[in-house]
Ligand binder design. Structure first.
Ligand code: MG
Length: 383
């Protein structure tokens, strides 16, 4: 039986790499649904290449363009997030790949979990904004979340060797991003082009900026907390510029298990799609004859204050992660449009945490309200 896949955000970096894995294993996977917001040309091409049954255009303004282009095909075309939320629940979907960017991924992810699906989750903002709700929903409906983020896939793989033994510490590795060796003064003057030049990973612009501020790693700390039920003080971020070790788990006896691979997202994507089997994904092999040394450094929260803000949001709990994510989305967008400087990003995020109407046990409605309120206030402060 082929596994039937829905890819939410099929035209982005994770979406296209997921389809590349599928392309190599047509005997294992079938693409049932794809969705995108604006990249209509690529969406149409994907629908035709993979003979996709259902295609969702999240931006209603772009619907007719896609519907016209696919009118002679077998694909049915739908518009809007509501359609996406109901189509992911179809019995024809086995695995939902959550590859949308940002907070927009929350509703369809919750819908998939309520339908008891296996969710291969790349959209970390979903767990940052609503980790408690997402994991409660998963448990209530016997759904499964398989991590696609490379670090969390690595931790998951290390935990397969844990045999139920308690985790003492998670060591989350970070490349350090493009500004790892820059002084605070240099970073303060960084431009978006410099921030978009990631040394090791090829990713979308939002996550690349988040990597340059290290908010991405902060979000991954929060993500690790929710996925693996480990408290913040047991999650250590270590800078590892080579990005060969994707993360490590330490046990009571001091043993540390690390997962390694060349930096290529198709490896964690392939593992989530085919778990527990491993399949070839076309990535480069590690060559230990030429690899040389692996190095490690302490993470610096003075030059990268976003990392400390994420720990702070995790310790506060409630809707603090949602507020941090909302402010960060607005700030990163403004930075990408040259409207604010690099260190305005942590400033805006810190202000959002300081001015938050704290809700200790948020409902989904509280989360959507917090997101809107904090984003509006952040936009106002930028104006
Ligand atoms: Mg990652």
């Amino acid at each position: 039986m082929k596994r039937k896949i829905a890819i939410l955000g099929s035209t982005g970096s994770i979406g296209t790499q997921t389809l590349d894995v599928v392309r190599r294993h047509r005997d294992l996977f079938e693409v049932e649904l794809i969705s995108a917001r604006n990249s209509t040309v690529l969406l149409v091409r994907q629908a035709l290449e993979f003979d996709v049954n259902n295609v969702v255009v999240c931006n209603p303004d772009k619907y007719s363009e896609v519907a016209d282009a696919l009118s002679g095909s077998d694909s049915k075309v739908f518009e809007g997030i509501d359609s996406l939320c109901s189509l992911v629940c179809s019995p024809d979907v086995d695995i939902v790949v959550g590859a949308m960017v940002g907070f927009s991924g929350l509703r369809p992810t919750l819908a998939a979990l309520e339908a008891g699906k296996i969710v291969a989750l790349a959209n970390k903002e979903t767990l940052v904004a609503a980790g408690g709700i997402v994991t409660d929903t998963m448990r209530a409906h016997n759904a499964v979340i398989l991590p696609v983020d490379s670090e969390h896939s690595a931790i998951f793989q290390c935990l397969l060797a844990a045999q139920g033994n308690a985790v003492e510490k998670i060591h989350l590795t970070a490349s350090g991003g493009p500004f790892r060796t820059w002084s605070r003064e240099q970073i303060a003057a960084a431009t978006k082009d410099q921030a978009l030049r990631h040394p090791n990973w090829s990713m979308g612009s939002k996550v690349t900026i988040d990597s340059s501020t290290m908010m991405n790693k902060g979000f991954e700390v929060i993500e690790a907390h929710w996925l693996f039920d480990v408290s913040p003080e047991r999650i250590n971020v270590v800078v590892h510029p080579e990005s060969v070790i994707h993360s490590m788990v330490e046990f009571e006896d001091g043993a540390v298990i690390a997962q390694m691979a060349s930096p290529d997202m198709r490896e964690p994507i392939g593992f989530a799609l085919s778990f527990p089997a491993r399949i070839s994904v076309g990535n480069a092999r590690l060559d230990f004859d030429t690899l040389g040394s692996l190095t490690f450094e302490k993470a610096d929260t003075d030059r990268f204050p976003c990392l400390a803000l994420a720990y702070e949001a995790l310790r506060r709990g409630g809707n603090a992660g949602c507020a941090l994510n909302a402010a960060n989305e607005v700030a990163v967008d403004a930075f990408l449009h040259d409207r604010i400087g690099f260190y305005d990003i942590p400033r805006i995020c810190e202000a959002a945490l300081d001015g938050l109407n704290f809700v200790a046990s948020p409902t989904p409605d509280d989360i959507f309200a917090t997101n809107d309120e904090v984003a509006a206030r952040a936009r106002e402060s930028i104006r």
